[in-house]
Design a protein around this ligand. Structure first.
Ligand code: ADP
Length: 620
């Protein structure tokens, strides 16, 4: 096969440009990325070999080797992992496979990357970090049963592919270091970087150095292992330093911050496993845009890495958790598909979920401020659990924070706190969902409760309106949306209803999208309000769905009028005096329009509203 030159995919070119032009600090992370990849490659082939031994070809002395060549100015990293076929190379080193990357590129400014080069790793583009330190990178690789391939690039525009002689499976990456990156040829720099980032890796990382024998002047190679290889999750907790946890977390997550919380425990009894889990401090960039709402932990069986693709180890709503689970009782020599079905996994999963929810509850008790920060980042995800994890619904609900009508903006309360503050005769947990605090805090739906001094939870996370109704109740108290459903005290209005009967019939006939018009005690200062059924979506959610181009089911609402309000009384009187009075008609429409606006929805015909209003303003 002749040498071939190929073009990088556009996004990749953009990314490479950012990498080569903006990253000067923290450059040592390239070594972590390459060693991590090498380690993954070894894990992959070892796993494959469990069911297909011919993959291994006796080349199973698992090892990652570094070699610095001062004369040539190159740093070389070799592994005997799975290697890549020609197609793999094109796919893996010529495009960006990860969905979040494009969105990331659209947002990441050069300045951001300068400050936080580790962002690169979050997007699974770690290999390209090589171009932070190298002006040319050569990858020699061979996969089982495939020809060996050389990939070469200077990180601009294109790369070349060539067939080479390489007989052993695995990958060797040679970095031609930039003038200002020659420090990475220094033995001590390499040692300390590996120690920092990769000490705990399960596979040995060795360094080959060349030394001249002082007497004979003969050059000799010396190979030495430079990581301690102690799987951190197997070590006793009290012997592990916080920095060690932190580095391991960064290795797993590519996060640049320390974890907010580390959960390290051994489960014993019916199921035995060791878990080391981390709650990040911040929500990873791509967590919400990711189309794959699944959680991925690294599963090991007796220290052998199996996969990070088991999505049944943790439910999707806990996908912000990173970590490792090492199980003792799972079978090793079965395919991934069969293992995925193993009933032990469900037991492990229940145990992990319990432990995570319990830890979050403890943080909430001990350090509310820290918990608020976590809730800010992950609260929306936890709420997904109300829908999907019925057995833990109450525990999850207990972790949720909300603003409330009796508290300052920004101040949060819990459902449990809300119940504590309820008066003896209050039976329901009241809430109102809407777009933002300013809008709902002044909403007519709250008027009566404000006047009575009753607390109403204010929910402004778009997901609230979908999931809170499914919670139904908390600690035996029903949840009730104050903009939905019936009012209890209709008795009080019997007298007024007689007076309003004619006008109500007229309004119902006149207004579109209104299935019923009735009087209410819900309001104090406002004239009118729209109320949906218990099961209809809130107007602001409908509005949001429309903006996203989603179909919104048509439904009719109830228009409730406040008979104590002068405008309502005035329109009723106009209509009673002359059923055909055009002013009564215009004012009735305006009452309806106002109610639509106050509900957080949009008017179907705002121009007609403005016109009606102007006409009325001009006539008096
Ligand atoms: P990530 O490792 O997050 O997937 P990278 O850009 O670092 O992203 O690598 C892209 C892909 O290239 C990897 O997913 C892997 O399939 C392949 N790859 C990288 N390094 C190696 C290696 N040493 N051996 C085999 N495959 C590799």
């Amino acid at each position: 096969m002749a040498k071939e030159t190929m073009q990088f995919k556009t996004e990749l070119e953009q990314l490479l440009h950012l990498i080569t032009h903006s990253l000067y600090s923290h450059r040592e992370v390239f070594l972590r990325e390459l060693i991590s990849n090498a380690c993954d490659a070894i894990d992959k082939v070892r796993f494959q070999g469990l069911t297909e031994p011919d993959y291994l070809e006796d080349n199973t002395n698992w090892k990652i080797t570094l070699r610095a060549n001062e004369e040539a100015g190159t740093l070389t990293l070799s592994d005997n992992g799975i290697g890549m076929s020609r197609d793999d190379v094109i796919e893996n080193l010529g495009t960006i496979a990860h969905s979040g990357t494009k969105a990331f590129l659209a947002r990441a400014q050069e300045a951001d990357l300068k400050e936080n080069p580790e962002l690169i790793g979050q997007f699974g583009v770690g290999f390209y970090a090589s171009f932070m330190v190298a002006d040319e990178v050569v990858v020699d690789t061979k996969a089982h049963g495939n020809e060996a391939i050389r990939w070469t690039s200077t990180g601009t525009g294109n790369f070349t592919l060539d067939e080479i002689d390489k007989t052993d499976r695995g990958t060797t990456i040679t970095l031609h270091l930039k003038e200002d990156a020659k420090e990475f040829l220094n033995e001590w720099t390499i040692r300390s970087t590996v120690k920092k980032f990769s000490d705990f890796l399960e596979h040995p990382v060795t360094l080959i150095t060349t030394q001249k024998d002082e007497e004979t002047e003969v050059e000799e190679e010396k190979e030495e292992q430079i990581n301690s290889q102690k799987a951190i999750w197997l070590r006793p907790k009290n012997e592990i330093q916080p920095e060690e946890y932190s580095e391991f977390y960064k290795h797993l997550s590519h996060d640049m911050n320390d974890p907010a919380e580390t959960i390290h425990y051994n489960a014993e009894g019916a199921i035995e496993f060791k878990a080391l889990l981390f709650i990040p401090e911040k929500r990873p960039f791509d967590l919400m845009m990711n189309n794959d709402p699944k959680a991925h932990l690294n599963l090991y069986v007796q220290r052998v890495f199996i996969s990070n693709e088991f999505d049944n180890l943790l439910p999707g709503y806990l996908r912000f958790i990173k970590g490792v689970v090492d199980a003792s009782d799972l079978p090793l020599n079965v395919s991934r598909e069969i293992l995925q079905e193993n009933p032990q996994l469900e037991k492990i999963r229940n145990n992990l979920v319990n432990r995570i929810l319990k830890t979050l509850a403890q943080i909430k008790e001990k350090d509310f401020e820290k918990f608020s920060g976590l809730h800010e980042e992950f609260g929306t995800l936890l709420k997904e659990g109300l829908q999907s994890d019925w057995s833990n619904k109450e525990k999850i609900a207990d972790l949720l924070l909300f603003e409330s009508s009796t508290k300052e903006p920004g101040e949060k309360t819990t459902l449990a706190n809300y119940i504590e503050n309820m008066s003896d005769d209050q039976e329901e947990i009241l809430y109102l969902a809407g777009e933002n605090r300013e809008q709902i805090a002044n909403s007519p739906y709250l008027e009566r409760y404000k006047a009575d001094g009753q607390e109403v939870l204010l929910m402004t996370d778009p997901i609230d309106d979908f999931v809170i109704p499914q919670l139904m109740e908390f600690k035996g108290k029903k949840l009730k949306a104050v903009n939905k459903g019936e009012q209890d005290d209709t008795e009080a209005l019997k007298e007024e209803e007689k007076t309003y009967e004619g006008f109500i019939g007229f309004a119902k006939e006149l207004l579109e999208g209104v299935k019923e018009v009735k009087l209410t005690t819900r309001l104090k200062d406002s004239a009118a309000v729209l109320v949906g059924d218990e099961h209809t979506m809130s107007p602001h959610i409908e509005e949001m769905m429309r903006r996203m181009g989603q179909p919104v089911p048509e439904h009719e609402s109830v228009l409730e009028l406040n008979p104590e309000h002068p405008l309502v009384q005035h329109v009723q009187a106009l209509h009673a005096a002359d059923a055909n009075d055009p002013k009564a008609e215009a004012l009735t429409k305006i009452l309806h329009d106002q109610a639509i606006l106050a509900s957080g929805a949009k008017l179907k015909d705002p121009a007609a509203f403005a016109k009606r209003l102007n006409q009325l303003l001009a006539t008096d």
